[in-house]
Design a protein around this ligand. Sequence first.
Ligand SMILES: Nc1ncnc2c1ncn2[C@@H]1O[C@H](COP(=O)(O)OP(=O)(O)OP(=O)(O)O)[C@@H](O)[C@H]1O
Length: 230
Amino acid sequence: MSATGIHLDAVGVRLGDVDVLRDVSLDLDARTVAVIGENGSGKSTFARLIGGLIARTSGELSILGIDPTRRAAELRRRIAVVFSNPDAQIIMPTVAEDVAFSLRADRLRPAELEERVATAMERFGLTGLAERPSHDLSGGQKQLLALCGAFVRGPELVIADEPTAYLDARNARRVADHLFEDVSHRLVLVTHDLGLAARCEQAVLFAGGRMVSVGEPDAIIANYEARLRC
Ligand SMILES: Nc1ncnc2c1ncn2[C@@H]1O[C@H](COP(=O)(O)OP(=O)(O)OP(=O)(O)O)[C@@H](O)[C@H]1O
């Protein structure tokens, strides 16, 4: 298995008494990958699985050459996972403190920490909100804060589950451009926005907890749209 991509071999995930993912075999080696499918098809579960947040029940799995169940701490250092519910990811009382919290493991000098935080906040349009209580932000502002906290660490792989769900058109464009134009990271993007999916280099379609097709986004999107018409 390659040490750079995402590889699954006959992976299953059972949560409670439900087989949420079944027999998923996949090789995702493109820099940007879209994950699409109907509500309840297993996309978020797949995102949580490759983000090391839930364990597989069966099969083999490798993310950037790492088995998440064996080297979870290393995986957490190298990847960032961003969800559509930003509340779960906001921890510190103010915006600036929350962004800085993401860098706690790096033990930076105060001046460097301040600069990294300021640069990241500027990139996500949060500069004017630095001292605001994080939990008083709007849904969209919280989403930007969660993204900022994810990116400030410089992850090798970003797993983003509907990252533009709460954003207005301008911020959605800003975030999408950031996800696609910053080539320093790989991206796995779970999305119902087929326009965003089309911007990826590879796409994977889930249905009923199974991976049904993987390949060029245009072909995978056409397959999905044909299924939706049935
Ligand atoms: N903890 C759990 N226990 C039992 N079933 C679960 C659990 N988490 C998810 N499921 C079920 O697994 C299925 C897939 O859920 P998942 O959230 O992965 O879908 P999704 O494709 O991301 O959906 P959506 O587009 O609506 O966000 C759903 O039927 C869901 O009810």
